[in-house]
Design a binder for this molecule. Structure first.
Ligand SMILES: [Zn+2]
Ligand SMILES: [Zn+2]
Length: 210
């Protein structure tokens, strides 16, 4: 090995070509990794009411925040699964109502699932069910539940075709227990009972006075 070659800037590259290649490969891999795990958008503007909506997971409690917490409208961005962002439609999705997610467990057939929102695209008619986020307006959710009676038979049939049961009159306990917890319902009954008891006591008292 002569000293002239040793002084060449490419001496070590020539001597260890695999080292250089390995390094390059690693850098490409790091770049790809960065791309795959890019930061999701932290907020978006609602296409229906114009509210700025945070997608911060810490705040909303779900991974794929896709609807507005104020008006509950969404945008058609997913194709097959929630969060795949593969649809090119991009139209607004109207909240249709509430449903509970079916739980398919071997030994617990009738177990009640999570309360979900049903969305329907105003352009292509695609229907999705979506998780409710922690900051969704409770008032808007209850109002939506009460509007279930206005859903047309055509849409009900479409929902049934996708095995989605729209919560309607008669499902109030389900909606309230999921939104407020069972304790709130028990407290509500307790308050009612107390007022009945005090009314009865009042009647008894007035009968005694007569
Ligand atoms: Zn909105
Ligand atoms: Zn669509």
């Amino acid at each position: 090995m002569n000293s002239h070659r040793k002084n060449s800037p490419h001496f070590y590259e020539e001597l260890y070509p695999s080292f250089e290649k390995r390094n390059k490969k690693k850098n490409n891999r790091d770049e790809r990794r960065k791309k795959d795990h890019c930061e999701p958008e932290r907020q978006f503007r609602c296409g229906n009411c114009g509210a700025i909506v945070s997608t911060d997971r810490e705040l909303v409690g779900v991974n794929n925040r896709n609807h507005c917490p104020n008006c509950l409208w969404s945008k058609h961005v997913d194709d097959l699964r929630a969060g795949d962002r593969c649809s090119g439609c991009g139209a607004r999705m109207r909240p249709l109502g509430l449903t509970v997610k079916k739980v398919h467990k071997k030994y617990a057939v009738n177990e009640e699932g999570e309360l979900m929102l049903i969305h329907s695209c105003i352009r292509c008619g695609k229907i999705f069910i979506n998780r409710i986020a922690a900051d969704d307006s409770t008032g808007a959710l209850i109002a939506l539940y009460h509007e279930a009676g206005q859903i047309t038979d055509e849409i009900l049939e479409k929902l049934a075709g996708q095995d989605i049961h729209l919560l309607a009159a008669g499902d109030l306990t389900t909606v309230f227990s999921q939104l407020f917890g069972w304790q709130a319902i028990l407290d509500m009954f307790e308050e009612e009972n107390q007022s009945i008891r005090s009314e009865e006591a009042f009647v008894e008292q007035s009968q005694l006075e007569d």
